[in-house]
Write a protein that binds this ligand. Sequence first.
Ligand code: ADP
Ligand code: MG
Length: 364
Amino acid sequence: MKLPLLSVFTHDVGIDLGTANTLVYVRGHGIIINEPSVVAVDQRTRAILAIGEEAKRMVGRTPSHIVAVRPLTEGVVSNFEVTEQMLRYFLDKLHRGAFKPLHRPRVVIGIPYGVTEVERRAAEEAAQNAGAREVYLIEEPMAAAIGAGLEVQEAKGVMIVDIGGGTTEVAVISLGGIVASRSLRVAGDKLNQDIITYARERFNLLLGERTAEELKTSIGTATAGLPVEAVGRSVVPNYDVLSMPMRGRDLVTGLPKEIIVTSEHLSEAMQKSINVIVEQVKATVEETPPELIADIMDSGIVLAGGGALLRGLDQRIAEVTQMPVRIAEDPLTTVVRGTGLVLEDLDRLREVLLPRTLGRAEFS
Ligand code: ADP
Ligand code: MG
């Protein structure tokens, strides 16, 4: 590989520590790591057996003493030790391969909006213990807005809705700060659970979590099958109704069973949670000052995170808020690309970072 030596020595790393996926951006190289935020732990010895992709493959397939932990399920550093190990693993991974010279990097980490100072400190410490030289924290909605190409520092309102695995974060940003926001624990994981519950109640079928997620991402929609008045004005869902086999265990016979389900079934299964998300976006719009609303009418509400890919969700939000809505380009990488843009332009964007909790001299 022919890389100018100096750029290989770049020390700056942006991390999206998502509840579902962890992504790492290395300045000058782009996104180098994109793996599930999953850690497999042996409960008897407390040893960590696998991290990332490998650990996710073990979910639901392990002996009972091995558990797959998602240390960030709630979007915060809930399981400090495991988070630290996970971070260390991902940073170590950069040291291997083409990134050997990367030594004690400067790190920008996206963390959920509204976490407490204690949780912020935990994230900083985890990164520092994992080998980071300097740690900067940025609120995920801010990073998402930057990653989506929105101008966050102008005296103009922009609005971002980041629908991840564990949390949905809604934020209106102006002049480098968050003006109005909502953070809810209804996001991709909840939609998977909804599908599991629906399969059990409607078809007596026990589904695995991964099966539910596959159904959602393959044929799930936010609109199909909804009565028109539930969606709003003049909506005729313009999506094809797709179908797919749903495989699980029959709760009556205990044997495998397969049922063909359609996107209508899935939209029915997920309807309540989708309504919660849509209503919270609407509530945020309602508490946003009118001048900023006028600005957002121009730039549109921007959707990011994996949940943005749910078919018809953009349309639902547009109907309910009466605002233009667009999906960020490559929504699963919006946050990490935002942390990357901050690294590229740290001097200009410093004011959008969170204040540090660890007062260390070298941090001047
Ligand atoms: P986090 O930031 O919390 O790690 P992500 O932004 O990585 O979350 O999004 C992960 C979520 O997006 C998961 O719940 C996943 O099921 C969901 N997701 C991914 N692709 C799709 C899709 N095509 N349709 C609906 N949901 C999706
Ligand atoms: Mg995220």
